[in-house]
Design a protein around this ligand. Structure first.
Ligand code: 0O2
Length: 208
């Protein structure tokens, strides 16, 4: 079954409004955090709306029929925002910041940092609801927030590129090497956190 263009366009409009709302709220929360803590934990933010083609591919991969119900009920990341920060401790602070938002409601938390995926993928995901207003009516739209360190982001973008280069099967040695790289990334993140703590302690003691 195909999705009628009119219904799909209406749905896409809701996703667009949800993305705008989410971007604005996240920026406000970060500005507020920076004001209170004199520190901005965010390196960069990237947001995107999933394309119709990519959503259809994902439904097919999950063996769902292509229709509007399945699109809205089984694709949780039509609206996506990625927050990249320096340290693992920043991720915890960003999650707390979002938990305290009056606008964003958390539906689900996926901690791929404590429990990385088999591939080695590591990141913290929040599936959230954001309110959008259409015809004076409030609707809650799902969105995915990915929060990760720069090192995790580096790994994930290389992994993503490799998946594009091998649309069928990725050679076993590459899968293994990528997994090994994910362990190196974890070690690096730990070392950087320790270094950051030392610098902060030094800063507190010397007040430079
Ligand atoms: P794209 O192109 O980034 O949008 P679920 O129904 O919740 O079980 P889902 O939606 O696959 O299944 O949830 P999951 O796995 O928690 O998170 C999905 C997104 O996380 C992916 O979106 C990727 O962005 C990212 N991700 C998950 N696993 C990996 C991985 O092994 N490597 C990389 N690079 N990214 C990963 P999409 O739609 O797959 O892709």
């Amino acid at each position: 079954m195909e999705i009628s263009d009119e219904l799909l366009n209406y749905e896409m409009l809701k996703y667009k409004f949800a993305l705008n709302m989410l971007e604005t709220e996240i920026k406000i929360l970060i500005d507020e955090y920076e004001f209170q803590n004199k520190y901005n934990p965010v390196e960069h933010i990237k947001s995107r709306m999933k394309s119709k083609e990519s959503a259809i591919k994902k439904l097919q991969k999950k063996n769902y029929e292509i229709n509007l119900f399945n699109l809205t009920h089984h694709i949780h990341d039509m609206v996506g925002i990625r927050i990249v920060c320096s340290f693992v401790s920043d991720i915890e602070d960003i999650v707390k910041m979002i938990e305290n938002s009056k606008q964003i409601k958390i539906k689900e938390k996926k901690d791929y940092i404590s429990h990385p995926k088999k591939s080695g993928y590591s990141s913290y995901h929040l599936i959230v609801y954001v309110p959008v207003y259409l015809n004076n009516k409030e609707e809650l739209v799902e969105a995915e927030i990915q929060i990760r360190t720069s090192a995790m982001d580096f790994w994930a973008s290389l992994d993503h590129k490799i998946h594009y280069k091998f649309p069928t099967e990725i050679p076993e040695e590459i899968i293994k090497e990528l997994y090994n790289c994910s362990l190196t990334i974890k070690t690096l993140d730990n070392k950087m956190s320790i270094l950051n703590e030392i610098v902060n302690k030094y800063k507190d003691e010397t007040k430079f």
